[in-house]
Design a protein. Sequence first.
Length: 111
Amino acid sequence: MYKRNRYSAEITYAHQNRAALADAASAETIEPEITITPIGNIDQGIDGKDEYVLLTRKDDDLDADTAHNWLLPQVYRESLRPGGYFCTSVGISTTDQPNKVIAVIHHRYDV
């Protein structure tokens, strides 16, 4: 429904632009389809361990930033007491395959 006066037309077009921006934003928030394949662990003694995993994206290429932003919220945990477990960092290494990266999850203890 389009109004004849200029002010109403601007409101209508602004509303359409907001709707288009909202649709674009919701399209960008779609979660990627990523699988995790365990590779192995390196024990760091009392400090914790480093866990190596292979991340494979099924629907598109996987870059380091996307992998980091996807993995960290899944493994993130803060220590609430002395001696408690925490995991606040992951490392990402690219591979020669565009849809795969190797990630290192740093499991630590607050000592």
